[in-house]
Design a protein around this ligand. Structure first.
Ligand code: TRH
Length: 380
């Protein structure tokens, strides 16, 4: 089958982060949940992106080479119009996050093929997404092509979560990704200082957190990732921040941008992760470590509803001590008040990962998406 996947970068790294992970998983996944073999040699993937350099950055050189060798092409968005002919056209088109297909491409799609169009939506734990999952959209006026809405989610009825092989960071495993080798040498022994990754949108919330951490006298190695958090830390430190800087018991370490696979490893290797957006939010859950979600701010404060829906699910079966602390952490309350409960929060994170594994009994998002595609193609 020929897949065309469209990625429009709105801001930050998340659009690319999700699309690259999706392509990666689809190219690596040769079975559906019913063990239906999908002949990988015959699958071909084209990822059209309006910022291909960002895909290269997120993938990293080795990751890019590996995935391109599986029959994936990375193409600029504006080459899409010329990419369809009477002989070469896709069977499946995936629009991510409602990005609009290029007009000429859409027109050709209508004339040459009966491609199945799927709109991969944002992840949310809100219950309405379950009822909307899999529904066809009425053809829009602009191109009247039929498309199906595909909603990722945390339950077996949803579209699932992207998973893939999870990194191993157990104590007997001495593997450290190359991109992190130098940084790892700068960390204090794990018995002396806890490791905390900070990949947030920065700003006032982070400044307050740093003040609270400083007051708590807890030895922490803070691995600061992404421009927004780095900028806030720089202002807070009131000095250049290209090398690790210490304040009381804190050590702040500026992180370079690292390939996505290595970033996944980092989340598994830390004791606590501050994450954001969608993709790092999901990876923090697969890491089985406590985390704080800096949710992407939406208009009309819609993100509050999204956060409540997630916490309702995440904390439903939590024991009281872990629950109270995780709730406080997720609401950025005083650090000292919830940090003491890191152990029960960790136990809860491990239990939640097991629950998620069970919810993926029909496979992860890539496998379920293949199921969905086969079902729709069968029905014609
Ligand atoms: O970057 P994000 O905030 O992304 C988004 C976008 O803002 C998007 O428009 C919005 O729709 C969405 O959030 C909700 O956060 P996210 O989703 O966690 O994506 C970050 C990606 O960057 C993720 O795949 C991990 C990757 N990454 C690396 O590969 N290396 C790194 O060093 C870092 C810091 C991140």
């Amino acid at each position: 089958m020929r897949f065309d996947i469209f990625c429009h970068v709105v801001d930050n790294y998340g659009d690319v982060g999700v699309c690259w992970r999706l392509v990666k998983r689809l190219a690596q996944t040769h079975f559906t949940s019913s063990d239906h073999f999908t002949s990988p040699d015959k699958d071909h993937f084209r990822l059209f992106c309006d910022y291909p350099e960002l895909v290269e950055k997120v993938a990293g050189d080795d990751g890019l080479r590996e995935i391109l060798s599986l029959g994936v092409e990375l193409l600029p968005w504006n080459s899409a119009d010329q990419s369809i002919t009477e002989d070469i056209y896709p069977d499946i088109v995936i629009e991510t996050f409602s990005c609009e297909l290029p007009a000429v491409y859409s027109g050709k799609l209508k004339s040459f093929s009966k491609a199945l169009i799927i709109n991969l939506e944002y992840l949310s734990a809100e219950t309405w997404t379950i009822s909307a999952h899999g529904l066809p959209s009425p053809p829009s006026q602009s191109d009247d092509l039929l498309r199906y809405f595909y909603y990722p989610g945390f339950t077996p009825e949803s579209g699932g979560l992207l998973q893939g092989k999870l990194p191993s960071t157990d104590e007997n495993n001495t593997f450290i990704p190359r991109s992190l080798d130098q940084i790892w040498r700068k960390l204090r022994p794990s018995s002396e200082a806890k490791r905390v990754s900070i990949f947030t949108y920065g700003g006032e919330k982070l400044t307050q957190l740093l003040n609270q951490m400083l007051r708590s006298n807890q030895p922490l190695d803070l691995l600061v990732c992404g421009e927004n958090a780095l900028k806030t830390c720089q202002v807070w430190l009131e000095e250049e921040f290209s090398e690790p800087v210490s304040r009381n018991f804190l050590q702040l370490i500026p992180m370079p941008f690292i390939p996505q696979d290595d970033f996944d490893w980092l989340l598994h290797a830390c004791d606590l992760n501050f994450v954001r957006g969608e993709d790092s939010f999901v990876r923090a859950q697969w890491a089985g470590k406590p985390f704080v979600w800096d949710i992407y701010p939406q208009e009309d404060d819609a993100h509050h509803i999204k956060l409540d829906a997630f916490l309702g699910m995440y904390l439903q079966n939590a024991l009281p001590s872990g629950k109270k602390a995780a709730y406080a952490a997720m609401h950025w309350e005083e650090f000292a008040d919830w940090w003491q409960a890191l152990h029960p929060m960790t136990q809860h994170a491990v239990m939640w990962r097991q629950e998620l594994m069970k919810s993926q009994i029909k496979g992860d998002l890539a496998i379920r998406l293949r199921d969905f595609i086969l079902e729709k193609l069968k029905k014609g």
